[in-house]
Design a protein around this ligand. Structure first.
Ligand code: SF4
Length: 530
């Protein structure tokens, strides 16, 4: 029996009926997967909540914004400093990322309402920190008791003369972090983007869906700036309210994490006419392709030549080291289970290093992240996603601008993935397993059945894998290492994986008396020794 069938065989009929469509084996004729649906209660999912997607992922990295978590203290505390989106302030931009702002709701706030406390928190934040903007993120009880955070935000905006935005991202909305991304995207396009007027230079771009984990965004920006790009904003790693206001002025949006930010990419296209392309800055070959695609979009000979020059120099700096790591990793196998984009992006880097992917899956991706954007018209919205607002924007009469002529657009459309993402499955090898919303039982079963050399996942399952003798490297936090993006990042990733796989401790997972019939040793320390 194949690994998939052996796993599913262990489920009760009811669970089998649900999970069989979320676990598939890649084959030419079987690429459809069930995704973005409710998790089975009690199954020990790896998923988080809507608040985590909104506050933790998209808004949290904005350094000059005070993001107030409105709710009891747990949600704020557990999301304080645990996602490694790095940021640096400067003389013009404050950085609040080391802080955690919460209204710390108590029983009386649940009974009598928390608006008063929220008003007080906003006042304290203004007086003590004077942030450029304040964003309020709701947690579960806020929606249940009916606090009107939008009214409080509107009142505070007038009172303190700065942008105050409310996000109704209660944890029970949607089925995962994904709903929170959408809510954050809606708020940013409605209230922030389009309000700035900074002059832009040649080759002005936004980087969308790059959160600067372990410094990834800095490493990507270093290379892009060498080529000559004017980075108007990064959404949202090391990003700021000050930058984001000008995002509508860029000439091109490059999308790294499709899942968390594709809504803004689409709305920027509709409202301001900005084209977007899907890029992948993870892995040397993907990085090179992305840089060439960007240069092709602008079609400027000088930019194309500079791109090739920088690629050659960056490659030369890392090639020798990468070749060595490749020699140590060639022929190894990997399983990847990450949030909504890395399970795809890292497969390219692993391929560069000679590592085969035997299983890959996402916590909260939608079918288009697996199968490609062409399936979007066929995705049926279920009841669980209907409480996530989907907003419609229309062209901004004053600021809308067509970037490419129709002929040029059509010429570039297919070769550049303009407004298109192919999804993860197409590039995977036949026979590989794809799992949506992997749970604890499936993690253990698949690791036993497939025995990959390395399991790339998160903090909750890292030690489960390692106690079973399989290396697990965290692809959310990078195990406190990084950056992993771009040229230098690829070296860091390869080195960390080699160090993990060749760690001598793996030889000691099984006690010697379990495998050797007679143990021989030497006694030392006394006058006599044997
Ligand atoms: S599910 Fe609710 S209580 Fe839990 S972290 Fe999310 S917002 Fe907070």
């Amino acid at each position: 029996m194949e690994a998939r069938e052996r796993l599913l065989d262990k489920y009760s009929a009811r669970v089998f009926k649900n999970r069989k469509d979320h676990v598939i084996t890649k084959a030419e004729d079987a690429t459809e997967i069930a995704a973005n649906s409710r998790t089975i209660p009690g199954i020990m999912t790896n998923r988080g909540c809507c608040y985590a997607g909104c506050k933790g992922v998209v808004l949290g990295p904005l350094k000059d914004v005070a993001v107030i978590t409105h709710g009891p203290i747990g949600c704020a505390f557990y999301s304080w400093g645990t996602r490694r989106h790095k940021a640096k302030g400067d003389e013009n931009t404050k950085n609040f990322l080391e802080y955690c702002f919460s209204t710390d709701m108590q029983e009386s706030d649940i009974v009598f309402g928390g608006e008063k406390k929220l008003r007080q928190a906003i006042q304290e934040v203004v007086e003590i920190f004077d942030p450029a903007s304040i964003m309020i993120c709701s947690t579960c009880p806020v929606g249940l008791i009916g606090d009107d955070i939008n009214a409080v935000a509107a009142e505070a905006e007038k009172l303190y003369n700065r942008k105050v935005i409310a996000f109704s991202c209660e944890g029970y909305k949607g089925v995962s972090q994904s709903g929170g991304h959408h809510i954050a995207n809606n708020g940013l396009i409605r209230h922030v983007i389009g309000t700035g007027d900074r002059p832009v230079k040649k080759y002005a771009i936004n980087i969308l869906g790059e959160y600067n984990i372990g410094g990834d965004g800095w490493e990507i920006s270093r290379v892009l700036k060498r080529i000559g790009y004017d980075i108007v904003s990064v959404m949202t790693g090391d990003g700021s309210y000050a930058e984001l206001k000008n995002a509508h002025l860029a000439e091109l949006n490059v999308v790294q994490c499709h899942r968390s930010i594709n809504y803004i990419a689409e709305m920027l296209k509709t409202k301001y006419g900005t084209d977007w392309i899907k890029v992948n800055f993870i892995g040397v070959s993907s990085m090179i392709k992305s840089l060439r695609d960007m240069a092709k979009y602008f079609g400027d000979e000088e930019l194309i030549a500079k791109t090739e020059e920088v690629i050659a120099e960056e490659l030369e700096a890392v090639s020798e080291e990468l070749e060595y790591y490749k020699s140590r990793l060639k022929g190894k196998t990997a399983a990847l289970f990450v949030g909504g984009s890395r399970s795809h992006h890292y497969q390219k880097l692993l391929k560069d290093l000679g590592v085969e992917t035997v299983l890959a899956g996402y916590e909260f991706a939608h079918r288009d992240d697996y199968e490609g954007r062409e399936v979007i018209p066929f995705i049926k919205e279920d009841a669980d996603s209907k409480n996530i607002e989907s907003i419609k924007v229309s062209p901004d009469e004053a600021k809308y601008k067509i970037r490419l002529s129709e002929t040029k657009y059509n010429e570039l459309k297919d070769s550049l993935s303009l407004e298109y993402y192919e999804g993860m499955i197409k590039e995977m090898e036949n026979g590989a397993i794809i799992v949506d919303d992997l749970n604890h039982f499936e993690t253990e079963e698949f690791l036993n059945l497939l025995k990959p050399d390395v399991f790339y996942s998160g903090i909750k399952d890292k030690y489960v894998a390692q106690k079973g003798g399989i290396l697990s490297r965290q692809l959310h936090s990078y195990d406190y290492s990084g950056p992993y993006a771009s040229f230098k990042g690829a070296v860091n990733f390869a080195r960390d994986t080699v160090m993990g796989i060749y760690t001598p401790a793996w030889k000691y997972v099984t006690a010697p008396w379990k495998t050797e019939p007679t143990l021989e040793g030497t006694l030392t320390g006394g006058e006599q020794s044997a």
